[in-house]
Design a protein around this ligand. Structure first.
Ligand SMILES: C[S@@+](CC[C@H](N)C(=O)[O-])C[C@H]1O[C@@H](n2cnc3c(N)ncnc32)[C@H](O)[C@@H]1O
Length: 176
């Protein structure tokens, strides 16, 4: 692993991103944060009044330890919200959509470049997100959770929102 890379692709999401999500989207039922890191997303969801289960592959002192992509995780009767490890973002989306019931939301904080790529064509055709919320101002993700070591970002992010079973057009909206 490159020494500059975060351990297990750990980049913490600045809380403002999730505060925005709660203004933009409503959630019915409990929420799973399956790659919680140190809880930067989970804490905001909890403060917003949601029942949240937090897990991560790595024990960072927050939530339960679990591999979201393993076959052990077969069902979640609620919504899923996370910023997944970049190297497995598509796998996280597909896994999340496969384990929630129809109508529940899968919200992923992703680089806008997730919109492109031959490998994602089938996903977007068969399971289109209902909305993509593009952040007009840059939101920060800090390597290993060290926000004091970054001042800006060259990466554009957005919230990708799937509603299990949705087959319509994807609407792009802007916030922040
Ligand atoms: C980009 S970070 C985001 C952390 C947190 N969601 C946040 O936004 O602050 C991705 C996280 O995914 C975790 N992770 C990587 N592979 C995983 C897997 N297979 N199952 C669960 N968590 C995983 C990493 O340990 C890391 O904490």
């Amino acid at each position: 692993m490159d020494h500059e890379r975060a351990h297990a692709d750990y980049y913490a999401t600045e809380p403002k991103a999730t505060e925005w999500l709660l203004k933009l989207e409503k959630f019915d039922g409990p929420i799973l944060e399956p790659a919680c890191g140190e809880g930067h997303i989970s804490d905001v969801l909890i403060r917003g009044g949601h029942s949240v289960t937090s897990r991560d592959l790595i024990d960072r002192g927050y939530g339960e330890v679990a591999d979201f992509l393993s076959i052990d995780n077969q069902e979640w009767n609620g919504n899923i919200v996370t910023n997944p490890p970049y190297a497995y973002a598509q796998e996280f989306v597909e896994k999340a959509l496969s384990i929630v019931p129809d109508g529940k939301k899968v919200c992923m904080f992703l680089k806008l470049t997730f919109l492109e790529g031959k490998g994602r064509k089938h996903l977007f055709r068969t399971q289109p997100p209902s909305r993509v919320w593009v952040s007009c101002s840059r939101l920060l993700c800090a390597m290993n959770g060290k926000f004091d070591e970054i001042s800006g970002s060259a990466t554009a992010y957005g919230w990708f929102v799937w509603e299990k079973g949705y087959k319509g057009e994807t609407i792009i909206k802007w916030f922040n």
